[in-house]
Write a protein that binds this ligand. Structure first.
Ligand SMILES: [Zn+2]
Length: 89
């Protein structure tokens, strides 16, 4: 992970505070952002927003909706710890 992506991650983590979530089940949420509402799935680590589809690939940094959902499920710290460990080798 580069310095650039960790700055972006910090930005998104801040933006995620403004995302409102509605829980569907243990892993799925509807996220209401400033630009629409999107389905977030923590099992797939996916989100329907354009930001996620066009800018976040697998293993890339998550969008603010995913971050908000991870926080809601108390999985954010574990997710960050995983990033800092880097890919398993
Ligand atoms: Zn999103």
């Amino acid at each position: 992970m580069t310095v650039g992506s960790s700055c972006m991650l910090a930005d998104r983590a801040r933006s995620s505070a403004r995302v409102r979530l509605e829980r569907i089940d243990q892993h799925c949420f509807i996220a209401y952002g400033s630009s629409g509402e999107y389905l977030v799935d923590l099992r797939e680590m996916s989100c329907e927003c354009p930001d996620f589809r066009y800018r976040c690939g697998p293993g890339d940094i998550p969008c603010k909706h995913l971050i908000a959902a991870l926080r809601e499920n108390n999985q954010w710290d574990a997710y960050l710890a995983g990033l800092q460990r880097g890919p398993a080798s």
